[in-house]
Design a protein around this ligand. Structure first.
Ligand code: Q46
Ligand code: ZN
Length: 311
């Protein structure tokens, strides 16, 4: 097996591209895929500062490394979720990664800063752990980007993640979610722009990138992920991909080119009449945003303004 670019011996093959690469050319390939995603979808404006949400896993640390190597002004954000040893370990990986390179890492801790952790929040709100967790992360990421003056927030969602989310949304015809499923969510009042620069790279490519680039990342999966629907969709797509390489990318990029536009209106309607949360100012259709409602339930404590209003 020879490298497609330089004809030296290859270390990895990528069936959907019908190509194999040596170590250096594979790194170049990963950089190129991220550069293309950023250019094709106009993710970042010149001179803009990027905040990268890092979990200590391969995708987010790989993304931070690639963005820096491409010359972007990118800092990290780690959010402690309070998921036992898993959070302790993932935090250590993120901190060590940042410290070894001297790159700034912002930290927010759900238990320390907001008084609850994901397991408690999910039980109290009777939500699946990943639902309480996802809602908390979206809220905290957005708040941190805006409060610290970053124009854009980048997350490590890769091709496998996005294809699995798309499959879930199509299976249930979630038209609002389909309208929002895009590698770029534009900024709006109270929302930072959100981008997913890894959409052109698969999970296996990210794992290989980290190994070849000497990035130490947490290999353990989050203990709360077991049994969630997303994993089932990923497995189903992997089975299809195994038989017909390239299907996953065709599914996602075909949607982005020919399907997404048709659902955009549904998402815009949902965003159109949002007010500000009475507690934290985040955009919300109601009085209190979903994160503040979760927080009230999880901590069992009224928020300061609610306490003031009590008779
Ligand atoms: S951290 Fe949170 Fe994930 Fe764990 S609880 Fe689910 S969403 S699986 S990326
Ligand atoms: Zn709020």
């Amino acid at each position: 097996m020879k490298c497609r670019r330089c004809r030296e011996p290859a270390v990895i093959d990528i069936r959907r591209h019908n190509a194999a690469f040596c170590r250096d050319c594979f790194r170049h390939h990963c950089h190129e895929q991220v550069r293309r995603a950023i250019d094709d979808f106009d993710m970042v404006e010149p001179g803009e500062r990027i905040l990268v949400a890092v979990s200590g896993g391969k995708d987010s640390l790989g993304l931070w490394q690639i963005l820096r190597e491409l010359g972007y002004d990118a800092d990290g954000l780690y959010v402690g979720l309070g998921i036992g040893d898993y959070s302790d370990m993932s935090g250590s990986y993120a901190r060590e990664f940042a410290a070894a390179r001297g790159w700034p890492l912002l930290e927010v801790d759900l238990p320390g800063d907001f008084g609850f952790d994901v397991p408690t929040g999910s039980k109290a709100a009777r939500r699946a752990p990943c639902s309480a967790c996802g809602l908390s992360k979206r809220h905290v990421f957005n708040e941190a980007a805006i409060a610290n003056g970053y124009g854009v927030l980048a997350t490590g969602h890769n091709l496998d993640d996005e294809a699995a989310v798309l499959l879930g949304n199509v299976l249930r015809w979630e038209t609002g979610y389909l309208g929002r499923q895009h590698p770029v969510l534009p900024a709006a009042r109270g929302f930072a722009r959100k981008v997913k620069p890894l959409v052109r790279l698969g999970e296996r490519e990210l794992a290989a990138y980290c190994v070849l680039a000497d990035i130490d990342y947490i290999v353990e999966e989050c203990p709360m992920a077991a049994g969630n629907r997303h994993l089932g969709y990923k497995e189903a797509l992997n089975t299809i991909e195994e038989r017909s390489p390239g299907t996953k990318a065709a599914f996602l990029f075909g949607f982005l080119e020919r399907g997404h536009e048709r659902f955009r209106g549904d998402a815009e309607d949902e965003r159109a009449d949002l007010g500000a949360c009475r507690e934290c100012g985040a955009p919300t259709p109601g009085d209190l945003c979903a994160f503040c409602r979760l927080r009230v339930r999880a901590t069992g404590q009224p928020l300061p303004f609610l306490a003031e209003e009590a008779p």
